[in-house]
Design a protein around this ligand. Structure first.
Ligand SMILES: C[S@@+](CC[C@H](N)C(=O)[O-])C[C@H]1O[C@@H](n2cnc3c(N)ncnc32)[C@H](O)[C@@H]1O
Length: 239
């Protein structure tokens, strides 16, 4: 049985990371839908915030494979990262639902011999080529009807470019929706009209993205007034 979201968030909230509570809820809910005999995978675990939320939502017998090299200094990785990750999972009581793959997503996807994947959560490196490798690598293992979730779409430039390239105008995925910069797609065959409808539904996120880039530029150039102006309303921490 999945645990409760409130309990999962109580543990995850204290873990260093970038997820908002509604995004955590979206992960937890997606995990509850993974049926027995299927797998869930996570690219990019950091200290385990999203790992705890996903693992807490899984039904008994379903395993989350958490993939991270735990050594990337850009994300605070280093010698102690893996130990902190394990301790956080232990405290949340989800260790037995998580299988660890210490390494890169690309290698994990090529070597995958687990059950077909019903949920792929992609939150690893945020440059365009890495995200494309993540999408393509796990697309091969994702079942029809499976869910692909990505973080930092429309706030990180590389992630946004990869999402636009593979998932914006496609007949292979249905756009489900966004929770701020967490974007959700379901793998299913789309008619040309369905693909067009999805692309139109996603388009307003480009205005959000433009504002995120404007905030980033204003911050870099030290224009605090402009930064404050653009920061009004919905925004995400910028990467
Ligand atoms: C944004 S953090 C992940 C945050 C995490 N999902 C959370 O909720 O706190 C990105 C992580 O991706 C990892 N990473 C970077 N490139 C990767 C790759 N190619 N494959 C797997 N993990 C990667 C980094 O080591 C880092 O821990």
């Amino acid at each position: 049985m999945p645990g409760s979201f409130a309990k999962a968030w109580a543990h995850a909230d204290g873990v260093d990371g970038w997820l908002t509570q509604p995004q955590g809820r979206a992960l937890f809910d997606a995990a509850t839908k993974v049926p027995a005999g299927r797998a869930a995978i996570e690219v990019g675990s950091h200290r385990g915030k999203s790992t705890i939320l996903l693992a807490s939502g899984l039904t008994d017998g379903v395993t989350l494979t958490a993939i991270d090299p735990f050594d990337d200094p850009r994300w605070g990785g280093g010698p102690e990262s893996l130990e902190i990750f394990k301790a956080n999972l232990e405290r949340a009581g989800v260790t037995d639902r998580v299988e660890l793959h210490r390494g890169l997503s690309k290698e994990a996807a090529s070597a995958w011999s687990g059950p077909p994947v019903a949920l792929a959560w992609i939150d690893g490196a945020h440059d365009r080529d890495s995200v494309l490798l993540d999408i393509d690598g796990w697309d091969r293992h994702l079942v029809d009807g499976g869910t692909m979730l990505l973080h930092d779409a429309f706030s990180a430039i590389g992630t946004t470019r990869a999402v636009l390239r593979r998932l914006w105008w496609t007949r292979r995925y249905r756009y489900l929706g966004c929770e701020r910069t967490l974007v959700a797609f379901r793998k299913e065959q789309r008619s040309p009209l369905g693909a067009l409808t999805d692309a139109i539904r996603l388009s307003p996120r480009l205005a959000f993205f433009a504002r995120m880039v404007a905030i980033k530029l204003a911050r870099r150039r030290g224009h605090q007034g402009l930064e404050r102006l653009f920061m009004r309303g919905e925004n995400e921490p910028l990467i």
